[in-house]
Design a protein around this ligand. Structure first.
Ligand SMILES: Cc1cc2nc3c(=O)[nH]c(=O)nc-3n(C[C@H](O)[C@H](O)[C@H](O)COP(=O)(O)OP(=O)(O)OC[C@H]3O[C@@H](n4cnc5c(N)ncnc54)[C@H](O)[C@@H]3O)c2cc1C
Length: 335
């Protein structure tokens, strides 16, 4: 366990906005987590890789920085293997390791920044797959009991960029380990248009998990801004899901609007398209802006404050609501 005081959060979050954290405690074990939760007088905030957080002010709560490492095989048979990762492990490195072993299931989620422990939090997803697909269980320490509890998928209420850890259990449970069951006879998912095109470009007709992994890394490197070059937290907003009759009305008014019918009858709209239609793509105000190629990604060109980015996000939300009567929900967590 290592405690630091007066830490600039710009170095611990990918938006790189400056704000001071009074106390940051790095934890390397479950006992460390329990000790921090027991001793913290007020709320504790949990920090992984800081790739899904916008800091809009100094933080006086104790920040628990997750650094529990390790990888254990829990079960194995000829078809599957269940591996439990420490919550502080890098997500991308863990996916890369699985692919190297020939264990399939998470390869579409390559290059998502952050830690394994944060993955269940918003049920990370990309290129047609969510972490829920391979999730077996996670272990969390509840603030009120200080006891480890095993959360099976049924208890996690996973949804689109959503889980119980983002709602009823937000800031209440520290996830210390996450276990995934992977396939030794993987069936690849390559229906997503970008992935298909990338495979076609290399004339790959029967892709392996390593092919999917490489394709996803190539696409993401080409399309998404690298936080080490320009501060950002990936998609700032979730794609809104609206009622079918509302979508029909919008289609009548905006025939070019893309839309994706959901199993429950509702319709998902691409937030990036809505934001782009409101003229925000490439917009810059001081050092806060909307990425030039990705309307969904808000960026810090250098010296933006979290508040400036937050104000910009609020204006984007308002203009989308006024033009389309659609409420955008923020994906990024505001501190
Ligand atoms: C360039 C870029 C691309 C991205 N692409 C995607 C994408 O394709 N799909 C996607 O889903 N996300 C994406 N993201 C968002 C982000 O990478 C993920 O949400 C990631 O899981 C966050 O991990 P983290 O460790 O950085 O979490 P943090 O940002 O540190 O924390 C995020 C939230 O989880 C909580 N939390 C973190 N660790 C724990 C823990 N151990 N226990 C309990 N709560 C915890 C925090 O309190 C906070 O509320 C992207 C971000 C960037 C910068």
């Amino acid at each position: 366990m290592n405690t630091q005081h007066h830490v600039d959060l710009a170095q611990l979050t990918t938006f790189h906005v400056h704000a001071t954290a009074e106390t940051v405690v790095s934890v390397q074990s479950t006992d460390d987590v329990i000790a921090v939760l027991r001793s913290a007088p007020s709320n504790v905030r949990i920090l992984g890789g800081g790739s899904n957080i916008l800091v809009t002010g100094d933080v006086s709560d104790v920040i628990l920085k997750m650094e529990i490492m390790g990888r254990d095989v829990l079960h194995e048979n000829e078809n599957t293997v269940t591996i439990r990762f420490g919550a502080g492990e890098s997500w991308h490195d863990s996916v890369a390791w699985c692919v190297d072993q020939g264990y399939g299931g998470l390869e579409n989620l390559a290059l998502i920044p952050g830690t394994v422990g944060a993955a269940p939090m918003q049920n990370i997803g990309a290129y047609g797959v969510e972490q829920e697909r391979c999730f077996d269980h996670c272990i969390g320490i509840d603030r009120s009991t200080l006891q480890p509890h095993t959360y099976r998928a049924e208890e996690c209420a996973f949804g689109y960029r959503d889980s119980v850890f983002k709602r009823a259990l937000r800031d209440r449970v520290v996830i210390t380990h996450v276990a995934y069951t992977l396939s030794k006879r993987p069936i690849v998912h390559c229906d997503y248009a970008d992935v298909r095109q990338e495979l076609d470009a290399h004339a790959i007709t029967a892709p392996t998990i390593a092919d999917i992994f490489r394709a996803v890394v190539t696409i993401r490197t080409r399309k998404l801004p690298d936080p080490s070059q320009i501060g950002n937290a990936g998609s700032f907003f979730k794609n809104p899901v609206i009622a079918a009759d509302h979508a029909a009305r919008l289609h009548a008014a905006f025939p070019a609007m893309p839309s994706y019918p959901q199993e429950d009858g509702r319709v998902k709209l691409p937030a990036a398209w809505l934001i782009d239609q409101c003229g925000w793509k490439g917009h810059r105000r001081g050092d806060a802006g909307v990425h030039v190629n990705q309307a969904l990604v808000l960026v810090n060109y250098g010296a933006a404050t979290g508040e400036e980015i937050h104000v910009l996000a609020t204006e984007i939300e308002r203009s989308v609501r006024e033009r389309f009567d659609v409420a955008l929900e923020t994906e990024v967590n505001r501190w």
